[in-house]
Write a protein that binds this ligand. Structure first.
Ligand SMILES: [Zn+2]
Length: 126
């Protein structure tokens, strides 16, 4: 565990930076979302002019936006979990099998909570 010290600091910094970036992204998405629904309630008054294809596109755009918001929120949650596990000294331990997660995986995905093997297994299941 001794060599994990400076490494952990680096990853913690990375997580903190990533958290900030995603929070900003989320703010932009949520703002876009509310202006989108404001525009929609306005256009409801002129529903007769609305081409069905346009409505479909708008719905699609909104759903895409909602999916992005959900995704950003779930990453934020994972980042918080990772930061918390650093506090508890359990960072980098797979939540599925309890083995250590490979360092290069953590460097690529600092908020990974499962090892590559468990990740692949859950992806195959889904
Ligand atoms: Zn595992």
């Amino acid at each position: 565990m001794t060599e994990a010290g400076p490494e952990l600091e680096k990853l913690k910094q990375k997580l903190t930076d990533e958290r900030k970036r995603i929070e900003e992204e989320l703010t932009t998405l949520v703002e876009g979302e509310s202006s989108e629904s404001a525009r929609e309630s306005m256009s409801e008054l002129s529903m007769y002019d609305n081409h069905p294809a346009d409505v479909a596109t708008e719905t699609f755009e909104r759903e895409k936006n909602e999916a992005l918001i959900r995704n950003a929120q779930s990453i934020l949650k994972r980042i918080d979990m990772a930061l918390e596990s650093m506090e508890h000294g359990t960072y980098g331990i797979c939540s599925e099998c309890g083995h250590r997660i490979a360092t290069d995986r953590l460097e690529a995905l600092p908020y990974a909570v499962t090892c590559m093997t468990c990740q692949e297994r859950s992806e195959r299941k889904a």
